[in-house]
Design a protein around this ligand. Structure first.
Ligand SMILES: [Fe+2]
Ligand SMILES: [Fe+2]
Length: 475
């Protein structure tokens, strides 16, 4: 089961050829997917041969193989982690029962909604990133962008497989709709807010892959606990791929900081104007980008109190992050959790039933994980002798969803009035000038081993190749 059959039109490890109806349905979706890729996938990349990894097995040791391929010929396919026939549901009201190999009728609508919502984010990020190849800071970075893009495409396949196999006609319709919605479209946008934002430049891309792909990690981890076994197995394999996306973001921002610190040291200045004149990105701009991407991403976890979250958990559809490592009863009835609310203009903590606060629990897990990487970014500054530190803004800063939406909050956690917000917004969130400045740095550097002036080279290449390897052949 763990080897992948590449002799078929759709590579898979789910014995697709044994289910002719499903195979035909997916084979008829496949050209629509390729059309979508051609229309809104990476711009102008059709003739490029890209040094990509392709999944060849779901064995954690040696699951991928590297080679130059044209992206539209990438072997997108269906790969599930190996199943365990004795697997039991380990949380919620069905705890101790056998995991489901099929969708129970009473959970069908909710499961479909969960799968569609996850599936919608995958093509969305490809759309958001489609112009970035035109302004890549190096071949190495261009290759990483394309790797992320093809894997998001594969993640779409993962969700479409579940829709086709387990949800009949509705599932097929949803699979079509996943190719029809478009990021930022006025009439038919992607489902979640952050996936309709622009990713206009490479600093935004690195912040997106650090923060927003990390939202993916937490959502997929929660779904990997699901009682619906095929969902659990497919999301486990998606997590293997997701790790690289977050690496691209974390190392990307580190390299930007490294370059900025070098310019600051060379010029012995912390004046943002001088840093900019020297062609590097000032720390204030990096902090404002961080504030934006962080706040938009934590909105993705949903309302702080949600009866749906409680239903999803109790019915076994979606667990908590690392459910199996937690030392409680995994049912959570009668337990409470603290959420924030605004009372008379002040933030106050309020205890609410934990089952209703599971979005907040997942958001808090995400926040902890995010902060660890920001601390690693600060090490870059510390090592370079720069006293400034990046910080993550307060959880209530710039929120659009949940009880904190609509209140005005400074990044350091003070409730502020409209006037202060209006006066300080430009210090807290990227301004049109910031975007214009960063855009002005975005040239296109494609000579092997050469890097744009605003970013340091990486320490190592991909798959032990040298940094100046020809990662993309332009054809
Ligand atoms: Fe993904
Ligand atoms: Fe991702």
């Amino acid at each position: 089961m763990s080897t992948i059959n590449y002799s078929e039109k759709i590579p898979n490890n789910v014995n697709l050829s044994e289910d002719r109806t499903l195979q035909r349905a997916l084979e008829s979706w496949q050209p629509n997917f390729i059309n979508w890729w051609d229309d809104v996938g990476p711009e102008g990349s059709t003739n490029f041969d890209v040094y990509l990894r392709t999944a060849v097995s779901v064995d954690p040791n040696g699951w991928a193989q590297f080679g130059h391929v044209k992206m539209r010929d990438y072997r997108w396919g269906i790969f599930l982690n190996p199943g365990d026939a004795s697997r039991e549901i380990h949380f919620g009201d069905h705890k101790g029962e056998k995991a489901w190999q099929d969708v129970p009728g009473e959970h069908r609508a909710n499961l479909r909604r969960i799968i569609v919502t996850q599936g919608d984010t995958e093509p969305a990020s490809v759309e958001q990133q489609r112009h970035l190849g035109l302004t890549c800071p190096s071949q190495y970075d261009l290759r990483n962008l394309f790797q992320v893009n093809v894997e998001e495409g594969r993640h779409l396949w993962a969700m479409v497989y579940l829709l086709h196999k387990y949800f009949g006609r509705d599932g097929r319709e949803e699979a079509e709709a996943l190719l029809q919605r478009q990021s930022g479209d006025q009439d038919n946008p992607r489902i979640l807010g952050a996936f309709n934002e622009k990713t206009p430049d490479w600093l935004a891309f690195f912040m997106f892959t650090y923060f927003t792909d990390r939202d993916g990690k937490f959502q997929l981890s929660a779904l990997a606990e699901s009682a619906f076994d095929p969902l659990s197995r497919t999301t486990k394999f998606m997590l293997t791929e997701e790790a690289h996306h977050m690496f691209v973001g974390e190392s990307g921002v580190s390299r930007v900081l490294q370059r900025t610190a070098q310019v600051m040291n060379d010029l012995k200045t912390d004046d943002p104007k001088k840093v900019r004149e020297a062609g590097a990105i000032d720390l204030g701009t990096i902090q404002r980008y961080l504030n934006f991407h962080y706040s938009v991403t934590i909105d993705l976890f949903g309302a702080d109190q949600s009866s749906n979250a409680a239903i999803f958990y109790s019915s076994g559809l979606k667990g908590r992050y690392e459910e199996g490592k937690r030392e409680d009863d995994h049912v959570l009835k009668g337990q409470t959790y603290k959420v924030l609310e605004v009372h008379n203009g002040q933030l106050v903590e309020k205890e609410v039933p934990m089952l209703n606060a599971l979005n907040e629990v997942l958001r808090d897990d995400f926040i902890k994980d995010s902060m660890a990487g920001v601390a690693r970014w600060n090490k870059v500054l510390e090592k370079a002798g720069i006293p400034t530190r990046l910080t993550v803004p307060h959880k209530a800063f710039n929120r659009q969803i949940g009880a904190l939406a609509g209140i005005k909050m400074s990044p350091d956690g003070r409730v502020v009035n409209e006037a202060e917000w209006a006066a300080k917004k430009g210090e807290w969130l990227p301004t049109p000038e910031d975007f214009a400045f960063v855009a002005s740095l975005m040239g296109r550097v494609v000579d092997p081993g050469k890097f744009a002036g605003w970013i340091a080279p990486p320490v190592m290449g991909i798959n032990r190749q040298p940094v100046d390897f020809e990662y993309v052949r332009f054809g």
